[in-house]
Design a protein around this ligand. Structure first.
Ligand code: FAD
Length: 392
């Protein structure tokens, strides 16, 4: 297809998917002088099941794109940290770590956040944004790739695949690894509360599941249930009612709140890719692998990978540069997700971890910082690890 406005090779970069990772990849690449075509199968605004917490590590790429102020002005409330707890017990408040001037995350409504990114795509003269255009296949050719879409073919020197968690194109390329058992799922919905905005994410651990809760724009709270497959079976045929019952049993404080909008489910999680870059094709965001929503890191990770992708294109070996950057950005956060999942599967460990917080209040903050990719595991001393696992 000769896309309107493009001739010959249609673009330097074709991006598949205009979620946060794809949109940011296109914007970063365009800012570095590339001509970009973005191919998105849906029409914006479109919603996406998500916990809707942008972790603080996602703010610097957003700021570099000139979008942080726009998102904040739209009413995204700050997130100061996470309150962890067991049902009906006092909570442990773990502030987010301060890093290079950023401390607070943002509660974002995906419908609005993704629409703002889409607006930025439409405004950039170097970007051609094609909505309702589904990509069916990518064929690497010498000097680029042919991207086959529902509206015809696009030729591009580089392709960023950012088509999300269950990436159909990663699967077609034969690069999918996963999902890794035990399978986990997320069920999310919005609740209208009367209380003033409370700038904390709350995670309440139940049996085989967690309730994740955080403020988004206005008086809305996003409330997600994250659970293992064994508990998912209970939902058969009555997703919304059972979701509501479980949320209220673990968070009775929400009984005055009103459940608004649809209840939607996503999963299973924990996909990886056997490679994230080869033959001019790059996987960005969830398409390149996603662990679990428990770290709240998906959007921030996608934004940071998008920046790394655009920078890698300027290097002599873009694929190798991106693979290294991707490994650096994802390895420790994935280990943190593994560790947190191990903890949540063992209620006694959750209790010990929370007990140890009083004596070593910095340890969990440091652990969040590893999950955000700020520093490595050596930030936590052997003494602190022992205390976390023994509670002593
Ligand atoms: C229950 C749950 C809770 C979560 N909580 C959080 C949280 O609190 N904080 C956080 O940061 N992250 C959270 N995440 C993760 C977060 O939602 C993802 O990491 C994030 O959306 C990934 O962005 P992306 O751009 O990679 O993919 P997506 O946002 O999924 O976007 C992919 C885009 O690609 C398009 N597309 C797909 N296939 C094609 C195709 N063939 N052709 C053209 N277009 C295509 C889709 O229409 C879509 O617009 C959560 C996820 C779940 C499921």
């Amino acid at each position: 297809m000769a896309m309107a406005g493009w001739s010959g090779v249609d673009a330097d970069v074709a991006v598949v998917g205009a979620g946060p990772a794809g949109a940011a990849a296109a914007l970063f690449a365009a800012r570095r002088g590339r001509h970009v075509v973005v191919l998105e199968k849906q029409a914006f605004p479109r919603d996406k099941p998500c916990g809707e917490g942008l972790m603080p590590s996602g703010r610097s790429p957003l700021r570099e794109l000139g979008l942080e102020a726009i998102v904040s002005a739209q009413g995204a409330p700050p997130l100061n940290g996470v309150q962890f707890g067991l049902p009906h017990q006092p909570r442990v408040a773990v502030p987010f770590p301060e890093h290079r001037g950023d401390q607070a995350g943002l509660g974002i409504r995906r419908l609005d956040f993704d629409a703002r990114l889409a607006d930025a795509l439409s405004r950039d003269p170097r970007i051609e944004f094609c909505q309702r255009t589904e990509v069916r296949n990518i064929r690497p050719d010498p000097g680029g790739s042919t991207v086959s879409t529902t509206s015809g073919d696009v030729r591009a020197r580089f392709v960023a695949v950012a088509d999300g968690l269950r990436s159909g194109l990663r699967h077609r390329l034969g690069w999918t690894v996963g999902p890794r058992p035990p399978h986990r799922y997320g069920i999310v919905a919005h609740w209208q509360v009367d209380a003033p905005v409370d700038p904390w994410v709350r995670i309440t651990f139940g049996e085989g599941l967690e309730v994740y809760e955080g403020p988004v724009a206005g008086n809305q709270r996003m409330v997600g249930l994250l659970c293992y497959q064994a508990r998912m079976r209970e939902f058969g045929g009555r997703l919304a009612e059972h979701y509501r019952d479980i949320v209220l049993s673990l968070r009775p404080e929400l009984s005055d709140a009103q459940l608004i909008g649809p209840v939607s489910a996503a999963g299973p999680f924990w996909y990886r890719a056997s490679t994230v870059a080869r033959h001019g094709i790059f996987l960005v965001g969830d398409a390149g692998g996603f662990s679990d929503p428990i770290t709240g890191e998906g959007i921030a990770a996608g934004l940071r990978q998008a920046r790394a992708f655009a920078m890698a294109l300027d290097s002599p070996n873009p694929e190798r540069t991106y693979r290294h950057a991707h490994r650096r950005l994802t390895r420790d956060p994935r280990r943190v997700a593994s560790l947190l999942l191990r903890l949540t599967r063992t209620p006694a460990l959750v209790e010990r971890g929370l007990d140890s917080h009083e004596r070593a209040p910095q340890t969990l903050t440091k652990l969040l910082g590893i999950g955000f990719g700020y520093w490595g595991f050596n930030r936590i001393t052997p003494r602190e690890w022992i205390r976390m696992f023994t509670g002593r």
